[in-house]
Design a protein around this ligand. Sequence first.
Ligand code: GDP
Length: 217
Amino acid sequence: MSTVADFSDAEIDSGRRLFGGEWGFLSAASSHDAFPSTSGLEVAFAGRSNVGKSSLINALTGRRSLARTSSTPGRTQELIFFSGPHALRLVDLPGYGYAAAAKSKVSAWTKLIHEYLHSRAALARVYLLIDARHGLKAVDEAILDTLGKAAVSYQIVLTKSDQVSETELATRCQSVQAAVRKRPAAFPDLIVTSARTGAGIAQLRAAIARLAAERGR
Ligand code: GDP
């Protein structure tokens, strides 16, 4: 059984076109009041600190340093909005699960994410990034609960696939998929990526283009 999403050449091409052109920073928000007004289609990226989220956003948009890759995990407590040439926005949700984060920081994070998930009519899907080397951790399961409660559609994206063997990757895909299969808000297929080699980037763009097509955008 295939656990990885499949796309036609036409969808890959739509993804390439959707992400072509100039992408830029739109705004940063550390509270609900600062969210930009919703328009078009929005997809968000979530994941543990250091999962490779900034690198993935940079790979998707073809911009080397659009999202800041950080050597200080847990530093940013902001949502960052990016816009491109079409009616699509990307949202970089602040990383979670940094072991040294203070309790007050964790609750501020939870409040911010909660406000975001419950207020964005344009939000079509959250891509939850999971490190291909580590699979789902308890802290990721907590995020799956949060996404499920908010009834937001989400999909798992494995990152750093270049760091594991084919066999390990296949095992990881099976176990992650088995874990999300029980969750109704989870999209069943995974997308396997590496920002380093570019593997799966065209497929993730195609997945977002498919969403945009489904939403008539
Ligand atoms: P973030 O904290 O989730 O935004 O993660 P970053 O994008 O800053 O990446 C964290 C670390 O993982 C950095 O050292 C990156 O160079 C590395 N990294 C990110 N993506 C990949 C990848 O696809 N393959 C490999 N091998 N390393 C990666």
